[in-house]
Design a protein around this ligand. Structure first.
Ligand code: DC
Length: 233
């Protein structure tokens, strides 16, 4: 029996550039589930803090500011739109500069507390694919299906470089490699909800697999899990 009304909770965690967003989007589409990109929520919060000029060293000020932020993820014509306090920030949050800033602001307790609550609220009915760093360990430790998607530093830096270049940004492979290493360090060494593989997560290394191969593997495991749960008393 499924314990949630709309399906299972699928958690996909892993380092930046491992392909989580692409896989989460495709997996959600195949299962008719909703994709929740928690990284986009952290990015939107970072942008709001930055625009408002909040002193990141002042925990009380950050906490006060975070009580009033509203971040929504909407699907518009198959494209995910990120709204922060009503503004469409979908493209603005994707620059290399915002990636580094988010890595910093996502270490702050009031930011994590605010977003944790809304992520749990968004996913509690099931029928969702949540991607991030701490979904299987902190946000939904009881997720029915957990994946830890990773890839080598070289491969992730190469993909990030391609992605940013395609968007018209001028970056070199050396720069994206340094960014990937720095973000890995910040994401896994922080005290709060560090990036780590949950004990019950299935590890998938996407370095040498195509998107279709990774997707096929994950769709199969999720469908098996759903039918097992549906047929159990
Ligand atoms: O997945 P991404 O690259 O868009 O994430 C942006 C940043 O947000 C990344 O440095 C880690 C942080 N993040 C987090 O701390 N917890 C999450 N659940 C998702 C992202």
């Amino acid at each position: 029996m499924l314990s949630r009304p709309d399906g299972i909770v699928i958690a996909i965690d892993g380092p930046s550039g491992a392909g989580k967003s692409t896989i989460a989007r495709l997996l959600a589409a195949r299962l008719g589930y909703i994709q929740i990109d928690t990284g986009a929520m952290y990015r939107a919060a970072a942008l709001l803090l930055d625009c408002a000029g909040v002193d990141l060293g002042d925990t009380a000020a950050v906490g006060h500011f975070c009580k009033n932020i509203d971040i929504q993820l909407e699907a518009v014509s198959g494209r995910q739109v990120v709204r922060a306090n009503g503004m469409d920030v979908t493209d603005q949050i994707r620059t290399a500069e915002m990636s580094l800033l988010t890595s910093r602001t996502s270490t702050l307790k009031p930011v994590r507390e605010a977003l944790l609550k809304s992520q749990q609220q968004m996913g509690r009915r099931g029928g969702v694919v949540l991607e991030g760093r701490d979904i299987g360990t902190v946000v939904f430790p009881d997720a029915e299906m957990k994946f830890y998607l990773s890839a080598s530093v070289e491969e992730r830096a190469r993909r990030r470089c391609e992605e940013l270049t395609a968007k018209g940004e001028t970056v070199t492979l050396e720069e994206t490699t340094a960014d990937v290493i720095e973000r890995d360090r910040q994401d896994s060494e922080r005290d709060l909800a560090p990036l780590r593989q949950a004990d019950d997560a299935v590890a998938v290394d996407s370095s040498r697999l195509t998107i279709d191969e990774v997707l096929a593997l994950m769709v199969k495991m999720c469908r098996n899990k759903i039918s097992d749960l549906e047929s159990s008393p």
